[in-house]
Design a protein around this ligand. Sequence first.
Ligand code: SAH
Length: 338
Amino acid sequence: MNDTTPLNTAGGAPAAGKIMLVGIGPGHADHMTARARSAIAEADVVVGYVTYIKLVADLLDGKEVVRKGMTEELDRAVSALEAARLGKKVALISSGDAGVYGMAGPTYEVLFQAGWTPEDAVEVEIVPGASALNACAALVGAPLTHDFCAISLSDLLTPWPTIARRLDAVASADFVVALYNPKSGRRTRQIVEAQRLFLRHRRPDTPVAIVKSAYRRRQHIEFTTLDRMSEHDIGMLSTVLIGNSNTVVQHGLMVTPRGYANKYDMAEGGSTRDGEKAGRSLSTGLNGWLESLIADHAAGASVEQLAQAHRLPVDYIAATLAQPPEAAADETAEESEA
Ligand code: SAH
């Protein structure tokens, strides 16, 4: 039951149209999922940016193919809906993952505007794919093994102050960052501004990897540092990975430690450090930290001093101190660190 008019009931049995948002991965067929291939194979119509259509050329025999330019995303979503209303299966292809700076968002926006709901005769399926950050990380080592985030430097649809605020926030919070859409023919200054914002919080020698056309014919990888980053060749097909304060480059591999060294003595055959226990939170984990916070406060440190020492908001420290720590959890409770 829904209040949209089903357009596909002409001639009796309703044809079940479908929109499939297919992420085809970074570019090489080996890195496309089996479902992505079968979704494209099952489609009557395949819609996508010319470059991505080329990447799946072998799957397109006998299909209607709609090649669109970069800036026609909403058109693409509208034409997909029109075709699906006629009972066709439409595959909208995105590079990487369709939900990461891809067509999934604009498509749902167009569908909502057209009155579509999940109960509609037109079915929608999103087929996940490996995003550029997964592909680029795999090529350079293990840069994303700790907290990371993605920021797009494209100001085509996002105001610069929004982008700059996010860059500033993640730079100060020591995230590993994957910069999407770092630079284009017309957008050349954004990467310089990003570098400037990062250098306010991060060391100039912070490792940076620039990966161009991962798993494509012109794949190119460069390692550099934050202070040199903008001097390198960066373009529309590059993703820039900026390490956190612990990231290292060794033997040509960029690696961000998970934190094992906080708990185990890696040189001493992996024995547990004093005060630490395998499978339990660090001594500086929440409970251990609370105990030291309470002790420091009792010894005379003010809430403001504690907030400054831990670089946390004063009201957060005050609220935490106001709440007694939980009783120690069951000693047998074990948790995996892998
Ligand atoms: N949906 C895509 C992202 C589209 S935005 C995904 O999930 O990967 C386009 C940006 O993605 C490019 O500017 C570039 O920063 C990045 N990108 C996409 N494919 C890439 C590849 N093969 N190698 C390096 N970066 C890539």
